[in-house]
Each structure stands twice: as structure tokens, then as C-alpha cells.
Design a binder for this molecule. Structure first.
Ligand code: RAM
Length: 484
């Protein structure tokens, strides 16, 4: 039987918009060993073509070119042959192409790039490369982009880079990164969808992604995978992240809150409910969320991060959102989940909170003091507002606390701030963290950015890091929703 969710996902397949970029580059006669650098002027995702011609004597053998695509200038300078393999090196965007005849040459694969470097590896005679063209693609419709009426120039610039980041990750799905992974992740989807509501507002793309997760295969504990593929055909992922599964529910709630589309929410309800039930079954005997065998938890990429408190916070946060939506639509399950929220909240306070230290420092997390634990407890509603502000300032400023590594986790720090009406702090935080990437020359925001450690990578070698990563696009969400 055809999967109804997959059918719905196909019905919501977005139209892909195209825009042709014609970069200027000096065209001189080139011989073996010569290179040319092309600057597209901004970061784009799409297809590259150019023209090849001979100079005076016809080329009587194929021309072999090396072509490298860089999301930024640093990547062009990188020596890919020195790459230390963590993730597969085939993600690095370089090709050797052999061209048999003069004329237009269209490279068939899609790339994410601002810079393109071409070197002549072998050619029998002199040649000229010209008519460089980059067909940029995205399912973001620039004509629908809402204006950002903010007078603060710094925030305006941050907003435009954030919008560019989102646009370049919007394709047949919300991709996590157009250079690497290029798939749909639950955690990334949530942040992309939120930002999309305040920018391009492509609702069918959000629906498509929600349906794709609803169509995925759950594991033996009942959790949906952290990611799915959909091109050329749908394939369910094989990494089961409990926090991400919960954020799928959060995304469905956000979608309802933004659109009021009860029909879609109800269609998705069996998948949503199954995640809430899987999470309920994963509660330990102490009432705190645990990570069942065969599952994992993400939260952030920092090394050695203890995650129990954070994960429990994600559970509380999701329950809170879910109960609220159930209440709005007058759903009969509301009370069951409201009771679960209250029980989980009580456990958080009695087990995870350390009265003496006035912090979420506990044996479940080996007494680790982290920004993550507190932020998720604040978002889960486990901290009194008046105390939360001072606690947040303390954990952020403490030299001993574990700090976020990814824009993904930094998003939730800012979300905690706005939930506590600390909008000025939130603005300063965004300027400091995301603004720093701009001062490094970012056209799009990065997958990971650790101030003071520009070489950090969760995958051994920073060359594989994605420099346009959707989960870092949320300043546009905060700026447009809260600071306007
Ligand atoms: C990486 C990607 C992706 C993220 C996962 C958990 O592989 O950066 O965006 O969601 O980690």
C-alpha cells in the first residue's frame, strides 16, 4: 500500500527557482599548470558552466581540468590531499574533468560555493576559458521575502547573512548544509522552519518535511530517525536521536501555531503521538528521561558534554508546546500530557536541581556545570523567571562551565533569553557570536563556530565543516520576531 505520508510529501514538493550569476573573470590564454580564480560575489548553490576554446591551434587531445569549489576563500587555499578522514572525503568539492571538444561545458553536479578555482592539468595546446555562469537554485522565493525593518545596521547585516544561509539550504527539502550532508534532519528542520515563517514563508516545504519524517521507519524503541533522505527516493535514516525525535513534535506544534492548519496537524497526529509515547517509555524509574539502547542524543557537538539534564529539558519543552497546542485545538489527550508535564517537572526540580549550589549540577551529569543544562531547564519551564536571569548570567560567565559549540545550541541560549524578556542581552549575544562570523568574512553562517578556535571540527578535520549550515540561520527569526 502506498504510504499516505509519502504521497502528501510529494504533493508538497516545492518549485525550484533559478537565478543565473555571470561572474567576471579575466580570460587569458592558459597552458598546463595555469589557474584561474572566479569569485561569484556571494555564496550560492547550483550548477557551473563555462566555455572552452583554443587560441590559435586546434586542441587535438582532451583537456584535463581540476576544478575546486570553495564556500569561502580559506577553502580554496586548503590542501585537500592533506585531509584527515573522519567523514568521507568525497564531500570535499573538487573534480578532475576531461573535455573532448571546444565549446560550452556544463558540470553536472550541484555545488555550494562563493569561489571556483580552475587549473589546467593537461592540454595539448593553449586554451581560453570564458563565459563563466553559475545557475543558482533554491526553493526560497526571493519575491516573497519579507522586508526586515530594523534600524540597527549591525543586526540588519546579520539578518541578511542569516537569510542567505536559509535560502541556500532550501531545496527539495530543508537541507542541513548544501555542501555536506544535504539531507533532512529533525533538529535542523525545526530551526529552518521557524526562520522560514518570518522570511520566505514557504509553508508547503515545511509540510513536506514533516510528512517525510512521519513516513520514516521507527526503531524498536519507537523513535523516528534523526534524518531521512528523499532523493532519488525516500530512505529512512539509521541514527536515532531522542532529542531530535522530540523536536519533530515541536516542529509540528510550531507549524500549527504559525498556520492554524488543524488538518495537517491531525494528519500528523499518529506520528506525533508515537514520539511522545516513545519518550514516555524512555523515562527512567526516577522519572528522568534516559537514552534507550540503540538510541543516542545530540544536544551539541562539544566534547565531553553530559546530556541527561538537557535531554530532560527538551522533553519538558516539547511537552509544554504540545499541551498548549492540544489545548488550543480542544484535543481529548490534553490532560494526559499535562499530567506528564507536571510529573516530569517535579522530577526535574527534585532530582536534577542542586539546592545547595543553586544550579542544575547533579550526579546524573557527573556534576558537570553546563550552559546546556540550564538553558534547556529554563526552556522546559523548570526555573523561576526571577532566578533564571541571574543563573543564566552566571553559567555564561563562569570560567568553569561548558559552553555551546554550535550555532544550533547558541540558538537555544538566545531563545532562553527572549523567553525571559532579556531582549537586550539576546541582541548583544547575537551580535557577539554571529557578528563574529561576519567579521571573519562569512557570506553564510557556519555549522560550527567556536570563538578563539576557528579550526574546531566535530569530524577531525575542519576542511569538511559546512560553511553554510541551516541551523545557524535563526538570527533572522529573532530579529524579525522579537527585535522589530
Ligand atoms: C551533523 C549535521 C547536522 C546535525 C547533525 C546532528 O551531521 O551538522 O546538521 O543535525 O550533525
Amino acid at each position: 500500500m502506498e504510504n499516505l505520508y509519502l504521497k502528501k510529501a510529494e504533493q508538497n514538493l516545492p518549485e525550484i527557482k533559478e537565478k543565473v550569476i555571470k561572474p567576471y573573470a579575466m580570460t587569458n590564454a592558459m597552458s598546463k599548470g595555469d589557474g584561474i580564480l572566479i569569485d561569484l560575489g556571494n555564496h550560492y548553490v547550483g550548477y557551473f558552466s563555462f566555455n572552452l576554446d583554443y587560441v590559435d591551434v586546434y586542441i587535438d587531445a582532451p583537456v584535463r581540468l581540476y576544478v575546486k569549489f570553495g564556500e569561502n576563500a580559506r577553502e580554496i587555499g586548503d590542501d585537500f590531499s592533506a585531509y584527515e578522514e573522519g567523514l568521507c572525503m568525497s564531500w570535499l568539492q573538487e573534480e578532475i574533468i576531461n573535455i573532448d571538444f571546444p565549446g560550452e561545458y556544463k558540470m553536472p553536479r550541484r555545488y555550494a560555493a562563493r569561489y571556483i578555482y580552475i587549473k589546467v592539468v593537461a592540454s595539448p595546446k593553449k586554451l581560453v576559458l570564458s563565459d563563466f555562469s553559475f545557475k543558482a537554485v533554491s526553493s526560497a522565493d526571493e519575491d516573497r521575502l519579507r522586508a526586515c525593518d530594523i534600524s540597527d545596521e549591525e543586526l540588519k547585516k546579520i539578518d541578511s547573512v542569516a537569510v542567505n544561509t536559509l535560502k541556500n539550504c532550501m531545496h527539495r527539502i530543508f537541507e542541513d548544509g548544501p555542501k555536506r550532508d544535504r539531507r533532512l534532519w529533525t533538529g535542523d528542520l525545526r530551526l529552518e522552519a521557524l526562520t522560514n515563517y518570518y522570511t520566505f514563508n514557504n509553508l508547503s516545504l515545511v509540510r513536506r518535511c514533516l510528512y517525510l519524517f512521519a513516513a520514516s521507519d521507527t526503531n524498536d524503541k519507537g523513535f523516528i530517525p534523526g534524518f531521512v533522505y528523499e532523493n532519488p527516493k525516500f530512505v529512512s535514516g539509521n541514527w536515532f536521536l531522542v532529542d531530535y525525535a522530540l523536536l519533530f513534535v515541536a516542529s509540528a506544534c510550531d507549524y500549527y501555531n504559525h498556520t492554524g492548519d488543524k488538518e495537517t496537524f491531525n494528519e500528523l497526529y499518529p506520528a506525533i503521538e508515537s514520539q511522545m509515547e516513545a519518550a514516555h517509555r524512555a523515562l527512567g524509574t526516577d522519572g528522568i528521561m534516559s537514552v534507550p539502547k540503540g538510541c543516542d542524543v545530540f544536544i551539541d557537538w562539544c566534547r565531553g558534554l553530559e546530556k541527561t539534564t538537557s535531554l530532560h529539558g527538551v522533553y519538558l519543552y516539547t511537552l509544554k508546546l504540545f499541551v498548549n497546542v492540544l489545548e488550543n485545538i480542544g484535543h481529548g489527550d490534553r490532560d494526559v500530557y499535562a499530567e506528564r508535564y507536571n510529573a516530569a517537572l517535579e522530577c526535574a526540580v527534585s532530582i536534577l536541581y542542586n539546592e545547595e549550589k543553586k544550579a542544575f549540577v547533579n550526579s546524573s551529569d557527573n556534576y558537570q556545570y553546563s550552559v546546556h543544562s540550564l538553558v534547556w531547564m529554563i526552556l522546559g519551564g523548570a526555573v523561576r523567571e526571577d532566578e533564571a536571569r541571574a543563573m543564566l548570567a552566571d553559567v555564561l560567565n563562569s570560567p568553569d562551565s561548558v559552553k555551546p559549540f554550535t550555532p544550533y545550541m547558541h540558538h537555544y541560549v538566545v531563545e532562553a533569553m527572549v523567553s525571559l524578556s532579556m531582549n537586550e542581552n539576546a541582541k548583544a549575544y547575537i551580535k557577539n557570536y554571529w557578528g563574529d562570523m561576519i567579521s571573519l568574512g562569512a557570506d553564510t553562517f557556519y555549522e560550527v563556530y567556536v570563538p578563539g578556535d576557528p579550526d574546531f571540527s566535530p569530524y577531525k578535520d575542519r576542511m569538511i565543516n559546512s560553511m553554510c549550515h541551516a541551523w545557524s540561520c535563526t538570527p533572522a527569526y529573532f530579529i524579525r520576531k522579537y527585535f522589530n
